[in-house]
Design a protein around this ligand. Structure first.
Ligand SMILES: [Zn+2]
Length: 416
């Protein structure tokens, strides 16, 4: 039997906070594992569809899907730079009865021809579907569901895998390991309504920034809902349950991201291609790294991020935030090392813990992003906080190897 204290420790270790949403997630499958195992399962699945001549290539709509998806990925990597190294891939599955699409951890995607045959989806609507799917992968929802599948009995049994419509699903021919099975189950288990809301918000923004009409998000879900009222409900609906007032919320989000849409329409984004051969990997990574430190973020994170940029971030929390601080400050060291300034700022803002280390990290992030005034403000707050809330003085906490006071004071004197 596991002692309660140990069980709690295990739970804490398994809970991570999404850098994109700040929500605590149950993640026992590592990022690397999720990506490699999903890719292995995907290649088996596509092989199976290929044998049945169900992979559609070279048609205008298959080409269109590649173009749309590529433009969405170019936005996705802005907000999650590590995804520039994913081996993104999209396939069109010829299965006119199935209304579905998915994106596995690591960017392996597919869309079923039922989207056109049954829904008559427009390009803007396809962009919304794929944007929504990509958002699930970016926000680690896919990895979260892999983790759930791994810990529930379902992963250890050879569950029947229906990848397509009920009568034409392959799956019996697949020889999947437990982890690969979990990666397939991850795209078949329903998302939480909370996850749906997150994906709606991130997806509509990725699409707008890629130049696709946000209004299409509303029409898409309307079409889906109508289709689901019929004899054969859209498969998509069973894995993407509708959060409350989805249509109203999407309309509201659409208004918010409308300026991005108009801007992208006027000046189409110049970006490397992300689908296909990895020859231009360097170009992709450079593109992502350059954009990652622009002082621009998803509207999702806009409120705390704007406060950070304007130098107005003030922390007062010491008790309720202590646990969060304890688990997240190791991330800060890594983000600092990798110069992922925007993610660092977001993580500190989400933690809200009052300490000189928190302010120091905000200062470093602001400086990295060229926000001089904000940087000076936070270095000053770090020095002030040091008197009572120095990271070194906290019981059980340390400064992650940073000489916070020394460096903050030096920065203020302009010596560093
Ligand atoms: Zn969804």
């Amino acid at each position: 039997m596991v002692r309660p204290a140990l069980a709690l420790l295990f739970l804490l270790a398994a809970c991570s906070t999404s850098p994109l949403t700040g929500r605590s997630q149950y993640l026992i499958v590592s990022d690397n594992m999720a990506v490699t195992q999903s890719a292995a399962a995907y290649s088996q699945m596509m092989g199976e569809f290929g044998k049945k001549k169900q992979i559609e290539t070279g048609t205008p709509r298959a080409e269109k899907v590649r173009e749309i998806t590529d433009r969405l990925i170019a936005q996705a990597v802005r907000f999650r730079p590590d995804s520039a190294n994913w081996a993104w891939e999209v396939q069109v599955i010829n299965d006119p009865k199935t209304v579905n699409a998915f994106c596995m951890a690591g960017g392996k995607m597919a869309i079923y021809t039922g989207m056109w045959e049954r829904l008559k989806a427009t390009d803007d609507e396809i962009a919304q579907v794929m944007g929504h799917e990509i958002a699930h992968a970016l926000a680690d929802h896919t990895r979260e569901r892999m983790s759930i599948a791994m810990t529930s009995a379902v992963a250890t049994t050879t569950a029947a895998i229906a990848l397509g419509s009920r009568d034409s699903g392959p799956g019996t021919g697949l020889a999947l390991t437990g982890m690969q099975l979990a990666s397939v189950l991850a795209i078949q288990l329903p998302n939480s309504r909370e996850g749906e809301s997150e994906a709606d918000q991130i997806g509509i923004e990725l699409a707008a920034r890629a130049g696709y009409d946000p209004k299409a998000a509303v029409t898409l879900w309307e079409k889906m809902a109508k289709e689901s009222g019929g004899k054969q409900p859209a498969e998509f609906f069973s894995t993407h349950p509708s959060p409350q007032n989805r249509a109203a919320r999407l309309a509201e989000l659409g208004t918010k991201v409308q300026p991005y849409y108009l801007a992208a329409k006027q000046n189409p984004v110049e970006a490397p291609r992300f689908l296909g051969a990895k020859a231009d990997q360097k170009e992709r990574s450079e593109y992502a790294a350059k954009l990652a430190n622009e002082p621009d973020t998803l509207t999702f994170l806009a409120e705390p991020f704007e406060r950070f940029k304007s130098g107005k971030a003030v922390f007062q929390c010491r008790t309720e935030c202590a646990l969060r601080y304890g688990t997240r400050k190791t991330d800060w060291k890594r983000l600092h090392e990798n110069k992922q300034w925007r993610e660092l700022a977001v993580s500190v803002m989400q933690t809200e813990y009052l300490s000189d280390l928190s302010y120091f990290m905000l200062a470093e992030a602001a400086r990295g992003m060229g926000l001089k005034d904000a940087a000076a403000t936070y270095y000053k707050r770090a020095v002030e906080a040091g008197a009572r809330y120095g990271c070194g003085a906290d019981a059980g906490f340390d400064c992650e190897g940073f000489e916070v006071q020394k460096r903050a004071q030096a920065a203020l004197k302009g010596q560093s």
